[in-house]
Design a binder for this molecule. Structure first.
Ligand code: ZN
Length: 322
């Protein structure tokens, strides 16, 4: 808690007026959904590769119906990061989202972690998905989210690829420590990301973290949303608002589908994938009702840019020791 949490009384207000702190404004909060099938998750990559995706029944349409209905009922507009292959298989889905007032953004074409791509293969992956979504919706695609938060120091070259492809923002640098992803020392608020010194700068909008005891806890969604008490996400949302930090949450359509077929996953993969599916829709409803001001990321671009300017430039590629 900070002093900013306490309402300013009428007698205090004039004394506070000359202070340099900015005018309090509505918090920036965005719900985002990575639109992919349950069998495309990274945990299934080694057992169910893209060549076996056709063996598994598609569930994404059913799950998107549920999410779009929930958002419609609660008056929420969100950002949907579409996988190109899903958009290709369900050609009316992205258009339907856009027509409902949601933002359609890109999650790449085939859900390849950037670590498996080269600058050349990533270029065609993201360009193809961007073009497909723009053709389907008739609207510009501004945002990108890498599969499995794979924009890290190891894949710093991806920033140049994304700017060349015409993306206006990225939402994939997770400022946490995790064996598969994350850049723990990256800012926990909007910033400009640069692959290497002198490279292009891209607006980066990281997912929500909750700063506790000097560490960023991931509380933005996914497995963290289903496995951990919901109070952690709420604490993160409250802290972000008190600090004037935007809060970006993320979900997947399959997380709201307790009836999806069970895949051959490792014990950890099973735990992360199948826990909390039954209660996920009710939980999301509680988050939506408990906080307001939800908008698509693109609607906030004009405010996010100056916030990033204030944070500054963060370079992913570490300088070699002299
Ligand atoms: Zn994904």
């Amino acid at each position: 808690m900070t002093d900013d949490d306490h309402p300013i009384t009428a007698t205090q207000a004039p004394a506070k007026a000359p202070a340099t702190s900015p005018e309090p404004s509505a918090p920036i909060r965005c719900l985002s959904v990575d639109v992919e099938e349950y069998f495309q998750i990274e945990a299934a990559h080694s057992t169910i590769g893209p060549d076996r995706w056709n063996d598994w029944p598609s569930r994404v349409q059913r799950n998107m119906d549920l999410l779009l209905e929930l958002f419609d009922r609660t008056g929420i507009r969100a950002t949907f990061f579409f996988l190109g292959c899903v958009a290709k298989q369900h050609p009316a889905l992205a258009r339907r989202c856009a027509d409902l007032g949601h933002e359609v953004a890109s999650h790449g074409s085939m859900h390849d972690r950037l670590h498996r791509l080269t600058p050349e293969t990533m270029r065609s992956d993201v360009t193809d998905s961007k073009r497909l979504l723009e053709d389907q919706t008739g609207r510009a695609v501004l945002g990108f989210r890498s599969p499995t938060w794979s924009l890290t120091r190891d894949t710093h070259w991806a920033v140049d690829v994304l700017t060349e492809a015409g993306f206006k923002y990225d939402a994939s640098v997770f400022p946490v420590r995790h064996p598969m992803y994350g850049v723990p020392d990256a800012p926990d608020r909007p910033f400009y990301v640069q692959g290497q010194a002198g490279g292009a700068r891209l607006l980066e909008i990281p997912p929500l973290t909750w700063r506790v005891m000097g560490k960023n806890l991931p509380v933005a969604g996914g497995g963290y949303f289903r496995l951990l008490p919901l109070s952690l996400m709420k604490q993160g949302l409250k802290q972000a608002a008190a600090q004037g930090r935007p809060a970006i949450l993320y979900f997947h359509p399959w997380e709201f589908d307790p009836g999806m077929p069970r895949m051959p996953l490792s014990p950890t993969g099973r735990l992360r994938t199948y826990t909390g599916l039954k209660s996920a829709a009710a939980r999301l409803g509680r988050v939506i009702r408990g906080f307001d001001h939800w908008t698509p990321i693109a609607d906030q671009i004009e405010d996010l840019g100056p916030l990033a300017e204030k944070t500054g430039v963060f370079t992913l590629r570490r300088q070699a020791a002299a």
